[in-house]
Write a protein that binds this ligand. Structure first.
Ligand SMILES: [Zn+2]
Length: 151
């Protein structure tokens, strides 16, 4: 299991850790601060041992990081992870904004259902099913209709 330090401290931007496994260009780490796409939120960007991470994938209790062809990392190597903080902080803020909107929508619309979400550094989208067009609904707790929201 990769210990996911981003749950305990989402403000860590760098970490020294150890490689648990290497299979070709895919590695796992003992612990990580590098988030992998999940729940609609995009993966972090950054480097592991100085190599750019091409993809971060949740795999059971581990996270697999895909590195470029020709990396020279071995199991047991100590190395440093650096994440792109500007990107991560945007993802965190937009995720939180999306959670607020979800709570608002659930508190005001009867039998509404969230069916999807996508959090990118530039925008967040939440998909709902409801009996009417939500973008035309007047929310009691907000002065504007959803179609005019800009976060
Ligand atoms: Zn969430």
């Amino acid at each position: 299991m990769t210990k996911k330090l981003f749950w305990e401290n989402p403000y860590l931007t760098t970490l020294e850790t150890v490689i648990k496994s290497v299979v070709g260009n895919s590695i796992t780490l003992l612990e990580t601060i590098f988030y992998a796409f999940s729940g609609g939120q995009e993966s972090d960007a950054g480097t592991i041992g100085g190599y750019p991470v091409l993809e971060a994938i949740n795999s059971g209790l581990d996270i697999q990081y895909l590195l470029p062809e020709g990396h020279e990392l071995k199991s047991g190597d100590r190395l440093r992870i650096d994440i792109d903080w500007n990107r991560r902080y945007r993802l965190m803020r937009l995720h939180f904004a999306a959670e607020l909107i979800i709570e608002l929508v659930y508190s005001e619309l009867d039998k509404v259902k969230k069916i999807g979400a996508h959090i990118s550094p530039d925008k967040a989208r939440i998909d709902f099913i409801w009996r009417e067009n939500i973008s035309q609904h007047s929310f009691r707790s907000l002065p504007l209709r959803p179609s005019t929201w800009l976060i």
